[in-house]
Design a protein around this ligand. Structure first.
Ligand SMILES: [Zn+2]
Length: 144
């Protein structure tokens, strides 16, 4: 069984220390994720590839209790679905990204988070599809 990324150009792959691939406007310096061809703020098309920090702080979160609409969602459904955390993580004071979280409990706004790659689903040919997520550094808070 091979491991394959959920999409090309989202994170560095393969890599022992994965990083998310964003873009930065060379005119106004705003950072976006995923990478974009045109700046959402000043409309410049001079966007440069920009590696995002692998660590950040949790800004907001919730729990996805049921399978999201498909498409675009392509993960497990029905009895195979397991609720997962989703949230926004602020990376390096540059950008807030929407991301899957490894935990659904013990999360706290402002806690330190780090990027990890996690199994997402098995594709038609038996490959393990991996996607990115953030987990609390040092684990989730206990008893909350
Ligand atoms: Zn710009």
């Amino acid at each position: 069984m091979a491991r394959v990324p959920v999409a090309e150009g989202i994170f560095t792959w393969p890599s022992d220390q994965p990083r998310l691939i964003g873009s930065r406007c060379t005119a106004c310096r705003i950072v976006t994720f995923p990478a974009q061809d045109a700046c959402p703020r000043c409309a410049s098309t001079e966007m440069a590839e920009h590696m995002l920090s692998g660590q950040g702080r949790l800004w907001a979160w919730t729990t996805q209790e049921f399978p999201p609409p498909s498409p675009p969602y392509a993960g497990p459904t029905g009895d195979a679905f397991v609720p997962f955390g989703v949230g926004y993580v602020e990376l390096g004071n540059e950008v807030r990204i929407e991301t899957r979280l490894t935990e659904t409990e013990g999360l706290r706004i402002g806690m330190d988070m780090e990027l990890v790659l996690v199994p997402f689903r098995t594709d038609e040919t038996g490959n393990e599809v991996v996607t990115f997520a953030f987990r609390p550094i040092g684990g989730a808070d206990g008893g909350r």
